[in-house]
Design a protein around this ligand. Sequence first.
Ligand SMILES: Cc1ncc(COP(=O)(O)O)c(C=O)c1O
Length: 404
Amino acid sequence: MDLFEKCASFTKADEIKALNLYPYFHAIEESEGPVVQIEGRKVIMAGSNNYLGLTAHPKVKEAAINAVKKYGTGCSGSRYLTGTLDLHVEMEERLAKFMGKEDCLLFSTGFQTAQGVVPVLVQKGEYVLSDKDNHASIVTGNLVAAGMASYTGDGSQSIVRYKHNDMKHLEQMISGLPKDAPKLIVTDGVFSTSGEIVNLPDMVKIARAYNARIMVDDAHAVGVIGVGGRGTASHFNLVKETDLTMGTFSKTFASLGGFVVGDRSVINFLKHHAAALIFSASPTPASVASALAALDVLEKEPERVDRLMQNARYMRTHLSQMGYRVGEHDSAVVPVIIGDTEKVLAMWRALFDAGVFVNAFIRPGVPPGMELLRTSFMATHEKQHLDRILETFRAVGKQFGVAN
Ligand SMILES: Cc1ncc(COP(=O)(O)O)c(C=O)c1O
């Protein structure tokens, strides 16, 4: 059989397109944040991770433009060689300080950050303990560590998956591992599909008892939870106890890039060993400058974080009152659980036709029965936007028999 046979026989996406129900890869033609233009029509965006709405902030845009004028469009090299700008160094210092850690290292994306940290830190005879629902970047990072996805790992590291946010199960699994073996517990801070916040206090107790370090992926937590948007560790007042926090510029920071913060010696080690850093070009001048400007806004205007949370709470409450099954967690992600793939796709289309864009999550992205419409909100959604989204959800929910 030919290698490409599997590609030629993959017809699922085309079948859904033929039904006019395909919810992915729709090109945005213009964007102001809460309102975007798709296929020539203005629609309200209710599925973006642009949590503080800063992609449209004049200072953030201006910073990107000025960086292009000063440094050009790209770095053409990795951080290791010719790709370090003073902007990267400034952002690392600022982020380390913001997150309350000694040092920081930037990567070109959040996805690469996980690849750059997990397989490098967890070596032969050491263990990764990973939440079953962790983001794909961590899952791939784990596979790399186990030598299943790249040359980096030698296959002698062990990956242990524990039940989602289940600290009893984590303890059960960790207690069966060699007591003195070094271990890394990896978890999302705010889980990207459900918006659930990790049980960090219990995780810290377990880590202490079983010789483990903790790494939290705060992609959906920085700018959202914690004091002034400082993320999960800050939310629980456990900054010192959380060894490493990684994050992304692709959400609150309105740009593209990734980062990890932690102790100076750890960051220094990663800097000199992470293939994802050493063999990949550094984030572009415009990417770092805009993320820096977004950090300025976040530091100067923490009230934006409060507005974001108020918006998400307003939506959670009203969607729930309409009879929808929604995630209960206090973050900016509000999943609307429908539990059926066909219904999710048909509702996605009806919402889109009525001028509201959400994300359709179907299997294998979610377990059977958990097919959902993922909504997420921004600090810059105004009440009129939120009420339009609610009205549309009410009408579509009635049509499909899932709302009253
Ligand atoms: C939890 C989580 N981690 C990591 C990433 C990857 O970030 P990036 O978009 O910077 O690659 C994402 C993005 O979807 C995410 O949701």
